[in-house]
Design a binder for this molecule. Structure first.
Ligand SMILES: Cc1cc2nc3c(=O)[nH]c(=O)nc-3n(C[C@H](O)[C@H](O)[C@H](O)COP(=O)(O)O)c2cc1C
Ligand code: SF4
Length: 602
């Protein structure tokens, strides 16, 4: 089948999404998928049909990593390249693909058959190395699989005809507790809402001590309560499930959404929330890297509509009307930050908003909006049925219940582990078969780097809070490579809106490179500290405020990493003026290096 024309591709999207410019990002994602890029003619069609300026469309294409102005190859291959993937051979994989397919990373082959590149973590750290082909994930790409991919590309086999087993992703659930073991029937949370009413259930949620599982640990009942009380036109509130899961090393939301029972609970939790706060519309914001989950999740939504668990008069509650749409992300980590996510849902660049006002009072299109994590909605649906004591039976005083962790790196059994809050790092390391551990990176690139003498610390909001990433590094690893990989990630993902983050991450990148080359002096380490602390204090959002943590932690807790690489000179310039001038000197026939340092040098 031949590809549609740009006008046809844009027309299909306009038919699917209507003439509302809030859906512009989704339409661009659709055109990108159909044509491999967003051609000029499609842009013009959107300009005319939606009445939006060209700058907005260009701005979106420039902002989202998965959108492109220029054609990509028919097979757009991106090798996941976070630190865990690197430890599992992502660079070697990319080089092998480049060699076998004749296309260096970062380029498109001249015949247009493929593009090859890197992408940050795609939520497959337990099955690394992994890659995306046209947005679809292929895990565990060892030698035989690599040869299979090469053969399919060279044979020009349409992606739809590639063997389905290539795309099979294991759940890898290694430890279950309260949430993953609960046997609760579909629809039970909505039946509880019907039986008890929203006020009584709000008290149950309050008593359960349930806190958000997306990282910050905000009290669920408080958040839903604020939204409930926020002035809004009748039932015009909004519920959003944050399934952007971009934190390197995190993949538990992917597993939860892949498991049909948990996916059903997530939607049920969202619906419960809608019933309790008075919302008529909901969104699942699904990261673009989880494109392969879109169809199964759409099917689950349809099943729920057919079963009367979504739509009108839900669960037999008169006037309870609510439905959920799935919106895809397009390769921007910052869109996990809730206000950036809402901007993205409105079809804009994912720039974090000024807060206050918070989304619970002014969120999507100015309407009061609850944003919660996938795991949080599942927990809420279960607490509504099982009660507060069931939830309080696990965990600590300030962190009730359990936490699902994504364990990866140097251990025998990577995968998903559910633990009561309060579990020690050492316990987790023992359970997953980690030995000779040098450091644990908890809460992802934006989290803390923990040395062995702190392995008795606990996963809990009162000690080490986390959205779930738990990366393990044994003694053979160079932690400076880890720090540099994280910092490169932040350089790439900074939205550029504020100076401390945009410039700070880049300055750190240069200084870390200097340390790595053995050219740094003690004052460079002071510079790293000063930049890091400035970023923590003055960044506009959580990305910039947490980006320097691994640098600051390793400077404090692993000082030898830096000290052993220092040049013994007191000052080493970051810029080699002599080398920079050499070309000009040669062009003008001069042969006087260092002239700028001696005499007047004219
Ligand atoms: C840079 C950045 C990225 C984030 N990414 C995510 C994410 O992928 N998933 C998520 O649930 N929360 C993420 N958050 C936290 C959200 O802003 C928000 O606090 C969360 O979705 C609220 O849900 P919860 O209360 O259920 O934890 C991120 C925050 C920041 C600053
Ligand atoms: S801190 Fe970084 S990501 Fe956040 S607004 Fe500033 S530039 Fe953007």
């Amino acid at each position: 089948m031949s590809a549609p024309s740009p006008e046809q591709a844009a027309g299909t999207q306009l038919e699917r999404w209507g003439s509302d410019s809030d859906n512009l990002l989704q339409m661009l994602i659709g055109v990108q998928a159909a044509l491999g890029h967003i051609p000029e003619a499609a842009i013009r069609r959107f300009e005319a049909a939606l009445g939006v300026g060209r700058a907005r469309i260009e701005g979106l294409i420039g902002f989202y990593a998965f959108l492109h102005h220029r054609p990509r190859g028919r097979f757009d291959i991106r090798v996941a390249d976070n630190i865990i993937e690197r430890m599992r051979g992502s660079r070697e994989l990319a080089e092998a693909l480049a060699g076998r397919l004749g296309c260096p990373p970062g380029e498109t082959r001249v015949d247009g058959r493929l593009s090859l590149g890197y992408t940050p973590c795609i939520g497959m750290s337990d099955q690394a190395p992994a890659l995306l082909v046209n947005g679809y994930a292929i895990p565990a790409v060892e030698h035989a699989r690599l040869e299979q991919v090469v053969a399919l590309v060279e044979a020009n086999t349409p992606l739809a005809d590639w063997p389905p087993e290539l795309f099979e992703v294991a759940l890898n659930i290694q430890r279950k507790d309260l949430l993953l073991e609960a046997a609760v029937e579909d629809g039970a949370a909505l039946a509880a809402l019907k039986a008890s009413g929203a006020d009584a259930l709000m008290q149950v949620l309050e008593a359960s001590g349930l806190r958000g599982r997306g990282g910050a640990g905000f009290g669920l009942a408080r958040k839903w309560g604020f939204c409930r009380q926020a002035p809004a036109e009748a039932k015009r509130r909004v519920v959003v499930c944050n399934a952007d899961e971009g934190e390197p090393g995190t993949f538990k939301d992917r597993v939860l959404m892949q498991d049909p029972q948990q996916a059903a609970r997530m939607f049920e939790g969202m619906t419960l929330c809608a019933g309790m706060v008075g919302a008529d519309s909901g969104f699942l914001y699904l990261r673009g890297e989880y494109r392969n989950l879109l169809e199964p999740l759409e099917r689950e939504l349809q099943r729920r509509r057919d079963a009367g668990l979504l739509g009108k008069n839900i669960a037999g509650i008169a006037g309870f009307d609510f439905d959920i749409a799935i919106h895809l992300g397009a390769g921007a980590y910052i869109c996990g930050e809730e206000s950036a996510l809402i901007e993205s849902l409105e079809g804009k660049r994912g720039n974090p908003r000024d807060r206050p006002p918070f989304p619970v009072t002014r969120g999507y299109l100015g309407r009061p909006t609850v944003v919660n994590n996938v795991e949080t909605f599942i927990a809420a649906a279960l607490v509504a049925v099982q009660g507060a004591d069931w939830h309080r039976a696990r965990g600590t005083e300030h962190s009730a219940g359990t936490k699902i962790l994504s364990v990866s790196g140097d251990c025998a059994r990577p995968g998903i582990y559910e633990y009561p809050f309060g579990v020690t790092l050492q316990q987790i390391l023992d359970d997953c078969g980690a030995a000779d551990t040098q450091a644990v990176q908890i809460a992802g690139a934006a989290g803390r780097t923990i040395p062995p003498d702190e392995f008795q610390r606990r996963v809990a909001f009162e000690d080490l809070g986390t959205a779930g990433s738990f990366m393990i590094f044994d003694q053979s690893r160079d932690l400076l490579e880890m720090v540099r990989n994280f910092n490169d990630f932040f350089v790439h993902e900074s939205c550029g809106f504020c100076t401390p983050c945009r410039v700070g991450t880049t300055l750190m990148q240069k200084t870390l490179a200097k340390v790595s080359r053995g050219h740094a002096a003690p004052m460079d380490l002071d510079t790293l500290r000063r930049i890091g602390e400035l970023m923590r204090r003055t960044s506009h959002c959580g990305l910039g405020a947490t980006a320097p943590l691994s640098v600051l932690d390793t400077l404090d807790k692993f000082p030898a990493l830096y000290r052993d690489r220092l040049s013994d000179r007191g000052f080493v310039p970051g810029f080699d003026l002599d080398a920079a001038l050499s070309e000009a000197r040669a062009a003008s026939g001069r042969d006087d290096p260092r002239a700028h340092l001696e005499g007047d040098g004219v």
